[in-house]
Design a protein around this ligand. Structure first.
Ligand SMILES: C=CC1=C(C)c2cc3[nH]c(cc4nc(cc5[nH]c(cc1n2)c(C)c5CCC(=O)O)C(CCC(=O)O)=C4C)c(C)c3C=C
Ligand SMILES: [Fe+2]
Length: 504
């Protein structure tokens, strides 16, 4: 038996699949409300359903994540067999960041060489690496400035390592001895390095846990795609029993930890009840959501709803808003944009604002520089008087314990995939195998529009931009050749004087 995934896919076809109609979506939501499963969640069905945004496109994408809104406060009984039978590993997937200023350009190269970040039309795929080289070199000076201002490198590795250590301890305290590994997508320790460790340690049950609360093609999706390619090519890994927790923004521990941080930070304001809670998520190009079916926006909106409901339970009823930051390149990204929203809030007379970074669980360049410096300055210029920022979760204990619970709840599904596929969809943590999760969005994604668009046919905005740039480049090259050689069409047409031969 070469590969359990194939078995799973065969079995999967014989099982009733959740189809994409709204009727089924409602059924799924109703199921989620079942009291025996839901613990103490008191979230109303209508609100959740609204937050999910069951458009035809999004419900299609929800097909393999139908039960992700389940919440639980208690750890599921984990039969000893899952713990004792084999060696358990947890692989934390994260983005990675440059550790020194010299790392910045190669880090950016790795990022832009990722087809889940820039996807070229098939015909131009051979240009992926040269293009990544070009963009990374062009962007490096600006990025370096940012990293220099936060101490000369990204804190991501240190924080993720600390989270791994704390998670291992939390699992141990819950009687689940497991080793926790860190695999980064664009910098050390690379996912390949983590996999080598996993093999060396003889792990045979693996829980894959991307450290992004909400799923996006550009983050968890990209890491899973890489993992899939590593799995496929490796004899040892082909037989590795594994399961993936694709997103976990709906978990009670995470929601409570976020609400706790917000509650705490509000206390520092002069009039806490008047503060606008400003959720700022990392953006993605709009086309990821609208054309490729990325569930990121729907999950983000639902996540914000869940946090606000938890705050309401704590008698905190502040106004709130959600906007998207860190746009890159000329295409349209998810709106509203954070910078524009800050200006508008200032114009509307908002005086105090609490920024809440919501798409990432560590401090990083976009919290430490973009929010703490750029957006703060913009807010103060826009008439906001009091500014605050919620820290990233890091190793917050409620959060880490909840991650441990998520891992434990997923264990019964590790290695029993053919049988578990249907069950996994009804489990307390939404689960899937790497291949299944990728298939979900690949099936809809014929071409993923690039955030840094390189070429589009027709009179589109980005095509015009790139056509214009290409034309300018061509003109500059021709002028350069003309001036340096003294030959060319400008000389021939008499626009430039003909270069006369110089005799000694
Ligand atoms: C959920 C979080 C993130 C999403 C979604 C995301 C999408 C995305 N990012 C870029 C381009 C860049 N991202 C960069 C850094 C960066 N991105 C995230 C998270 C998400 N990205 C983090 C946590 C970090 C910082 C890591 C660190 O070193 O601290 C960068 C480099 C920094 C810079 O030059 O600004 C780029 C570039 C795209 C194009 C994209 C979606 C397609
Ligand atoms: Fe990013």
């Amino acid at each position: 038996m070469k590969n359990l995934w194939f078995l799973e896919l065969i079995f999967d076809r014989t099982l009733p699949r959740v189809n994409c109609s709204n009727e089924v979506a409602s059924h799924v939501v109703l199921h989620m409300e079942a009291p025996s499963d839901v613990g103490n969640s008191s979230i109303t069905m209508s609100k959740r359903k609204r937050a999910f945004g069951w458009s035809q496109k999004q419900s299609l994408n929800k097909e393999s994540f139908p039960l992700r809104a389940l919440m639980t406060s208690s750890t599921q009984d984990t039969p000893a067999s899952f713990v004792n039978d084999g060696k358990i590993g947890v692989l934390l997937l994260n983005l990675g960041g440059p550790e020194t200023l010299d790392d910045v350009q190669p880090f950016l190269f790795n990022l832009f060489a990722d087809p889940d970040i820039i996807r070229l039309p098939r015909l131009f795929r051979f240009l992926q690496k040269p293009l990544a080289q070009f963009i990374s070199v062009a962007r490096a000076p600006k990025s370096k400035e940012g990293y220099a201002s936060i101490g000369g490198g990204s804190p991501l590795r240190q924080i993720t390592d600390a989270q791994a250590t704390e998670l291992r301890k939390a699992l141990y305290e819950k009687n689940v001895p497991a080793e926790v590994y860190v695999g980064m997508r664009y910098w050390h320790p690379f996912t390949e390095e983590a996999i080598e460790e996993i093999k060396k340690d003889g792990v045979n049950k693996l829980v894959v846990l991307p450290l992004y609360p909400q799923f996006s093609i550009s983050t968890s999706g990209s890491s899973l795609r890489l993992l899939e390619s590593i799995f496929r090519e490796d004899e040892y890994l082909v037989n590795m029993q594994h399961t993936v927790i694709p997103s976990w923004y709906q978990r009670e521990g995470y929601i409570k930890a976020m609400a706790g941080l917000i509650e705490n930070e509000l206390k520092g304001f002069t009039k806490p009840e008047k503060v606008m809670i400003f959720f700022s998520a990392h953006g993605v190009p709009l086309a990821y959501v609208e054309e490729a079916g990325d569930p990121y926006k729907a999950e983000m909106e639902e996540c914000v709803d869940l946090i606000m409901e938890e705050l309401e339970r704590r008698k905190i009823n502040n106004p709130y808003t959600l906007a998207y930051q860190s746009r890159v390149g000329p295409v349209e990204w998810l709106k509203p944009y954070t910078d524009q929203t800050i200006i508008e809030l200032g114009q509307k007379g908002v005086k105090s604002l609490l920024a809440v970074p919501i798409s990432f669980v560590s401090e990083h360049i976009e919290t430490l520089e973009e929010i703490d410096v750029e957006y703060k300055e913009l807010a103060l210029e826009s008439g906001i008087v009091e500014w605050g920022r919620v820290p990233a979760l890091g190793c917050e204990p409620t959060f880490i314990r909840d991650l441990a619970d998520a891992v434990i709840e997923s264990l019964p599904y590790v290695g029993a995939m053919a049988v578990s596929n249907l069950e996994a969809r009804q489990s307390l943590v939404p689960l899937g195998s790497v291949e299944e999760l990728l298939a979900t969005y690949d099936s809809q994604r014929r071409e993923l529009p690039a955030p840094v668009t390189v070429w589009e046919w027709g009179f589109t905005k980005s095509a015009e931009t790139w056509n214009g740039r290409a034309a300018m480049l061509a003109v500059i090259v021709l002028l350069f050749l003309e001036v340096s050689t003294g030959e060319g069409f400008l000389h021939q047409w008499g626009v430039l004087p003909l270069q006369l031969p110089v005799f000694p």
